[in-house]
Design a protein around this ligand. Structure first.
Ligand code: GRF
Length: 209
């Protein structure tokens, strides 16, 4: 359980697929030693994205494992597992990583993989959280940080933040408003996990030991 038994900041490996603004929020937080965590590597399922560039600018190691480079999805999953293992993470953060990790990955990192989702789970899981919330006509949506299990956005909830839906919102304007709150939630919750540790009992995640 976090923090690691050794001293020093918790080691984060962050996986991204896109612009990486959630990653950037973590990188900014980690610049303060009091935050209690450091990003030791950033990985992606595609090359040429701003998320990777954000890490490269700070000389943080990066890696890319594209699904199309592997004969099977299981092979890709094992390859991601193997490269992440090399960085010996205390916590793996999926921050806008648009792939489902598989059994081999989860067997290795069980209980220490978190994912951030742009909706208030269990409402609107899947790839289109903001669009689905808008289409449903909800007045409040938000973001959820959860521990990844074998389901799609089904794991124990670590933190949530609520965001109003405004009249005239588009998917883009709503998602941008969610992301502002999502970044703050992610930084706060990951920091608490890193500094204080956490427990999970009957799906209830609590900070501290
Ligand atoms: C976030 O809203 C994340 O929850 C969703 O995609 C967005 C990624 O944004 N899956 P960024 O790449 O961190 O800017």
């Amino acid at each position: 359980m976090l923090p690691a038994t050794g001293s020093g900041p918790a080691r984060l490996v962050v996986l991204v697929s896109g612009s990486g603004t959630n990653l950037q929020a973590l990188l900014d937080a980690c610049a303060d030693p009091a935050y209690g965590a450091q990003v030791v590597a950033v990985g992606a399922d595609r090359d040429g994205i701003e998320g990777l560039a954000r890490a490269e600018r700070l000389a943080i190691p990066t890696f890319v494992r594209e699904v199309s480079s592997f004969e099977t999805r299981e092979g890709w999953d094992r390859a991601v597992r193997d490269i992440v293992m090399r960085f010996d993470p205390d916590l793996v953060v999926l921050a806008g990583f648009m792939k489902l990790v598989g059994d081999d990955f989860l067997d290795e990192f069980a209980g220490r993989v978190v994912n951030t989702h742009p909706a208030l789970l269990p409402s609107f899981p899947g790839m289109h959280g903001p669009a689905d919330a808008l289409a449903h006509g909800v007045k409040v949506t938000g973001a959820t940080l959860f521990l990844v299990d074998a389901g799609v956005d089904t794991g124990p909830i670590v933190a949530q933040t609520a965001v109003p839906v405004e009249p005239g919102d588009t998917v883009e304007s709503l998602h941008e408003r969610i992301k502002v709150a999502e970044r703050a939630m992610l930084v706060d919750a990951v920091g608490r996990m890193a500094r204080d540790g956490f427990t999970v009992e009957d799906r209830k995640v609590r900070f501290g030991r």
